[in-house]
Design a protein around this ligand. Structure first.
Ligand SMILES: NC(=O)c1ccc[n+]([C@@H]2O[C@H](COP(=O)([O-])OP(=O)(O)OC[C@H]3O[C@@H](n4cnc5c(N)ncnc54)[C@H](OP(=O)(O)O)[C@@H]3O)[C@@H](O)[C@H]2O)c1
Length: 358
């Protein structure tokens, strides 16, 4: 990418929305990447932007009074937006207006209509625009996919991500999450991560039959989802269960895939120090005792956030949007699953087709 005598170019980042995730995850991650530098910011409540600027060593003149001012700052090469998702469409429009590469936080949008507009806008622009869906970048994705080849033809799966309600969780206590303007509230906020994992590993979803329900008033809307699914390009069927609104229980996140020649169990529950794959290979019960265990050492980038920034950098520096992994089209499908699940639940669990633009 670079000639050996030349230092890689540093891209200057402008951050929009200096809330929890910007301060606790994006700032330290960007600081850890020598080719990125945070130089400017904007936040609706300016005091928070000023506090963020101190932590980021941003020149006070680059703490902006409006989103337009930040986009127009010639020192800023790329924009990183972390806003309540109903703001995503207008941020994409601004990025195109100012011709500045943008990455913005998942879910792609607050509803499917806005998500479709975002996909269309991005399709018609040559500029890299990345949806920050960090689960796509987890090291485990490729390792699980490779090991799935060992279990023969895939038959069925069960995906589970369930946990207890945690009233002290600071994300849960943000007012935009408790009074959601985005479909499904927590079901889309956190559910799209799990659907990114599921679809990256097994492929897109054709249809869903679901029941959703609100357990906690703090969730603002339905907060648990139980469903059965059909995948798109094969005969694979499965279940998807999601929610962290239950009473005391241990957080449990796993994918179990059944094949004609064995079973793969991928457990990434927080109780495990590292995510783990357990393979039982063979066609019959007599093979049951043979088990292969693979630990996935993801210590370098557990969240995938560093990898997503490196992917965005690579795409911007080469001015090649085809290098982006977490595309608007892909992330549209994750939100479309939630949209279809809500529609199915409203129709007492009837099967609903999941939209797909990729
Ligand atoms: N990938 C992940 O794992 C992950 C994890 C957490 C969050 N996220 C994403 O990161 C983003 C921010 O989440 P967060 O948890 O950090 O929330 P947060 O702390 O509430 O931050 C949101 C920021 O947006 C600003 N804001 C709120 N409404 C606005 C509006 N109408 N116009 C302009 N600015 C507005 C807030 O400004 P004020 O200070 O004025 O309220 C706040 O600074 C979300 O998109 C979320 O989905 C991703």
């Amino acid at each position: 990418m670079f000639s050996s005598d030349k230092k890689p170019k540093v891209l200057n980042v402008g951050i929009i929305g200096t809330g929890i995730f910007a301060t606790e995850t994006h700032l330290p991650t960007v600081k850890s990447i020598p080719t990125l530098k945070v130089v400017a910011c904007f936040n609706r409540t300016k005091k928070k932007a000023e506090e963020f600027a101190k932590k980021a060593n941003i020149d006070p003149k680059n703490v902006h009074n409006s989103i337009d001012e930040l986009f127009a700052n010639p020192e800023v090469d790329i924009i990183d937006a972390l806003l309540p998702v109903e703001c995503n469409l207008s941020i994409v429009e601004k990025a195109i207006q100012y011709n500045k590469p943008l990455c913005f936080e998942k879910p792609i949008a607050n509803n499917l209509e806005s998500a479709e507009k975002i996909v269309e806008l991005c399709k018609n622009s040559k500029m890299p625009i990345l949806v920050l869906e960090n689960f796509i970048y987890h090291k485990a994705v490729e390792i699980v996919k490779k090991n799935l080849k060992k279990i023969g033809d895939l038959i069925a799966f069960t995906y589970n991500s369930t946990g207890p309600f945690n009233e002290d969780n600071k994300y849960l206590n943000t007012s935009w999450r408790q009074h959601p303007n985005h479909i499904g509230g927590f079901l889309s906020d956190g559910g799209v991560h799990q659907l990114a994992y599921l679809t990256e590993i097994l492929g897109q979803i054709e249809s869903i039959s679901a029941h959703t329900k609100q357990v906690r008033k703090e969730s603002g809307t339905d907060d648990i989802l139980f469903s059965s699914l059909k995948l798109k390009n094969n005969d694979v069927i499965g279940t998807f269960t999601y929610g962290s609104a239950f009473g005391a229980t241990s957080k449990s996140t796993y994918l179990k895939v059944y094949g004609t020649k064995g079973t793969l169990f991928f457990d990434f529950s927080p109780k495990n120090e590292l995510p783990i794959i357990k393979l039982k290979l063979g066609e019959y019960v007599k093979d049951y005792k043979k088990e292969e265990i693979i630990e996935i050492n993801n210590k370098e980038d557990r969240s995938g956030v560093k990898s997503e920034f490196l992917n965005f950098y690579e795409s911007v520096i080469n001015n090649d949007k085809s290098l982006l992994k977490s595309t608007p089209e892909k992330t549209f499908h994750h939100l479309a699953v939630i949209d279809a699940a809500l529609k199915s639940s409203a129709a007492d669990g009837a099967s609903v087709k999941v939209e797909c633009l990729a």
